[in-house]
Design a protein around this ligand. Structure first.
Ligand code: AMP
Length: 287
């Protein structure tokens, strides 16, 4: 496995792989790799000739007062894990390499950047879109792998590709969970054992929403209240939102039918966690 911190080196290696007839798989991450990230790399390994994983904790997507300084970092373990998952190349630039000048130009994401995560973290999704656009510009033609765990981010990336015509095929990968249902996240490492137990409130809330729909709940508010009640019953969790939205664009469903997404965010101890479930009303769809 090759490792580079150089943006031009990264671009050249991918270009060379394509010139030799290879297909390139790209897995963008912020490191502190866990089995969720590695599932993306393994999926790429099955489909692509060269698998490139990127590691960059992108300051643009952290707001003032957020956890940029505390974000878990473990570069040595990351390289071992990336290699074990089958990556051929890791691009791990420092901030000066990615942003030699304070960025002046950024990518706006409209209403998708204003609801849910966008409402709670103003500028976050624009920061994501900007760094992903930069990675796509460096990487060229790729198949790029993103987790459904960050569902709104996945939608933003899909629109980024469509609206700005990047030569990228976006592949959505299912959320990897702990045996008790908690979605894997780099931030889970910052939870104390008690907080770790409390963190399952998020997925239990989503499951309560799914149950309410299965039982035939007809009102959006009823489903959202069922989700919120479970999270709020956990003393260590502070609910941010529990929402039912239309799958694909996160708009408010006029009627509870077809494909919907249940999404929730809560603060547990020092970290803010998000999770979601996709389902089809009148027949569950894979998440
Ligand atoms: P991050 O390092 O948190 O920016 O995540 C990098 C990529 O891994 C994103 O596409 C995430 O959606 C994906 N990812 C993070 N956690 C999981 C998970 N538990 N299951 C599947 N994909 C994940």
């Amino acid at each position: 496995m090759q490792v580079t911190g150089s943006a031009s080196g990264f671009a050249c290696l991918l270009e060379r792989a394509r010139a030799g007839g290879g297909r390139v798989g790209l897995v963008p991450t912020m490191g502190s790799l866990h089995a969720g990230h590695l599932s993306l790399a393994k999926r790429a390994r099955c489909a692509d000739d060269l698998v490139a994983l990127t590691i960059f904790v992108n300051p643009l997507q952290f707001g003032p007062g957020e956890d940029l300084a505390q974000y878990p970092r473990d570069p040595e373990a990351d390289l071992e894990a990336a290699e074990a998952a089958g990556a051929d190349l890791v691009f791990a630039p420092d901030e000066a390499e990615m942003y030699p000048d304070p960025p002046l130009v950024s990518v706006g994401v409209g209403v998708l950047g204003q609801v849910l995560e966008g409402a709670s973290r103003p500028g976050h999704l624009e920061g994501v879109a900007t760094v992903v656009a930069k990675l796509f510009a460096l990487a060229g033609r790729t198949r790029s792998y993103f987790g459904e765990k960050d569902y709104q981010q996945l939608l933003v990336v899909r629109r980024l590709v469509k609206d700005l015509s990047f030569p990228v095929e976006v592949v959505a990968c299912p959320t990897v969970r702990e045996p008790d249902g908690l979605a894997l996240s780099s931030r889970n490492a910052r939870l104390s054992p008690t907080e770790r137990g409390a963190a399952t409130a998020l997925v239990r809330g989503l499951e309560a929403g799914r149950e309410a729909l299965r039982r035939g709940a007809g009102e959006l508010a009823e489903v959202e209240a069922a989700m919120a009640a479970v999270v709020e019953a956990e003393p260590l969790a502070r609910l941010d939102y529990a929402a039912v939205r239309r799958d694909g664009d996160l708009s408010l469903p006029e009627r509870l039918e077809g494909r919907v997404r249940l999404l929730a965010a809560a603060r547990v101890g020092p970290v803010r966690l998000i999770d979601n479930l996709g389902l089809r009303i009148g027949g569950e769809a894979p998440a």
